[in-house]
Design a protein around this ligand. Structure first.
Ligand code: ZN
Length: 271
């Protein structure tokens, strides 16, 4: 099933689900609130009236945790001049970093801003200390993310945090698709375009740590709850890896697309 947070014809935000024949209202203002209140598998029982969305907005505006994995595609790791890792490289973002599928990426001028198209995992049930099977069963679905990164700040220290957690920088959406309809282990294409020029094209079959492995690993040390997000890393083709490096310019249009999950289309605005 497909899920989203949408603006209805009445101008109000609502969680919504599409069981295959169009969008229907769910009893919550957005998917974060929906997943906090209802069991992940219960959507079929609480589908409301049919709606015609006027916009798809940030699907999960209130995750308690956003955990990200760096260096997770074999080709991207080699591009960055590193060896395949024994453990995932993890960092965190705040909910304040997240924006919707068509929102502007707003950052101050003068930064080296780069793109990172990524598959994001949406947690559906509360877990701690999960093994791989439990983690796989706890995945509510998948969505598209771009882990837009401020490289000059990222490289200031060994910790990447200050280059990754800029408010209003990380588009997420447009829909969340459940695992019965999308299998990243089999491989879905992750694509990034800047002003229409393709910069990244990878497949999730290249992931060193796949979705279930990452969710299990993270749950070892921190509790994950419904609506939390785990970003799985980016394939090769980032601007920093080009010779010379290329970064996003004011007004650039960043498109992030994953097969079966749709497209994020975000303008870069320096102000
Ligand atoms: Zn990333």
């Amino acid at each position: 099933m497909r899920f989203a947070t949408v603006t209805g014809a009445d101008g109000r935000s609502t969680a919504a689900a599409d069981p295959g024949d169009g969008w229907r209202r769910l009893p919550a203002p957005h998917l974060s609130a929906y997943l906090a209140e209802f069991p992940a598998a219960s959507a079929q029982n609480v589908l409301g009236e049919r709606i015609e969305p006027t916009a798809l907005t940030l699907p999960l505006p209130e995750p308690r945790k956003v955990v990200c994995c760096g260096l997770n595609y074999a080709d991207h790791i080699l591009e960055m001049g590193r060896e395949l890792p024994a453990h995932p490289t993890l960092f965190a973002k705040y909910a304040d970093t997240l924006i919707g599928p068509t929102d502007d990426i707003t950052l101050p001028p003068g930064l080296n801003v780069d793109w990172e198209a990524e598959l994001a995992v949406v947690v559906g049930t509360e877990i701690r200390g999960a093994d791989r099977d439990e983690a796989a069963a706890a995945i509510f679905g998948y969505t598209v993310a771009n882990d837009v990164s401020v490289r000059d700040w990222q490289k200031r220290t060994l910790q990447w945090f200050q280059g990754k957690a800029w408010d209003h920088s990380t588009p997420i959406g447009p829909i969340v698709v459940t695992p019965d309809e999308l299998d990243p282990v089999a491989g879905v294409e992750v694509v990034c375009r800047v002003d229409g020029v393709e910069r990244q094209r990878g497949t999730t079959s290249q992931l060193v740590f796949d979705a279930a492995a990452l969710v299990a690993y993270v749950s070892t040390f921190t509790r994950l709850r419904p609506g939390d997000l785990v970003l799985t890393g980016t394939p090769s083709g980032v601007g920093m890896g080009m010779t010379p490096p290329v970064f996003l310019t004011d007004g650039a249009v960043l498109e992030t697309e994953i097969t079966g999950l749709g497209v994020l289309r975000n303008r870069v605005v320096f102000r």
